[in-house]
Design a protein around this ligand. Structure first.
Ligand code: CDP
Ligand code: MG
Length: 152
């Protein structure tokens, strides 16, 4: 089984709105494995690194303020095509374009309050996991359900 990891975060609005459990649940029930998790209030410097690709966007300043406004639940989820499927579970960036059944499509309205983050590529996932977690915080383990989720 070729497995990959993705960085998923419940943003401050998602934490404040009590959506941590719900978002974890979506990934768990789909069959993904939790490799790392922590609650952290990120600094401005940390967020500027995380979102460095967007630094020239008009919404950048507001995005950094929003993301630093309270605790974020940072996670690493692992499994087959975790990056692509993780983005599907989240829904479109703008919740107004997100399908019902996705996290944003079920729980968000405004693009600037879209409750969750997910890596957009395997390379950016690696970069984000390195930025948010120390090596020893990312667990390598065999989940008991593995052979019931994957045929091979
Ligand atoms: O988060 P995602 O990868 O789906 O989208 P992005 O293009 O990487 O943008 C990062 C975040 O910036 C979004 O999740 C929104 O919270 C915010 N954003 C915004 O406030 N206004 C926009 N027009 C686009 C993005
Ligand atoms: Mg993005």
């Amino acid at each position: 089984m070729t497995s990959e990891q993705t960085f998923i975060a419940v943003k401050p609005d998602g934490v404040q709105r009590g959506l941590v459990g719900e978002i974890i649940c979506r990934f768990e029930k789909r069959g993904y494995k939790l490799a790392a998790i922590k609650l952290v209030t990120p600094t401005q410097e940390h967020l500027e690194k995380h979102y460095e690709d967007l630094k020239d966007k008009p919404f950048f300043k507001g995005l950094i303020t929003y993301m630093g406004s309270g605790p974020v639940c940072a996670m690493v989820w692992e499994g087959r095509e975790a990056v692509k499927v993780g983005r599907q579970l989240l829904g479109a960036t703008n919740p107004m374009a997100s399908q019902p059944g996705t996290i944003r499509g079920d729980y968000a309205i405004d693009v600037g309050r879209n409750v969750c983050h997910g890596s957009d590529a395997v390379e950016s996932a690696k970069k984000e996991i390195d930025l948010w977690f120390k090596k020893e915080e990312v667990n390598s383990w065999k989940k008991a359900e593995h052979d019931w989720v994957y045929e091979k």
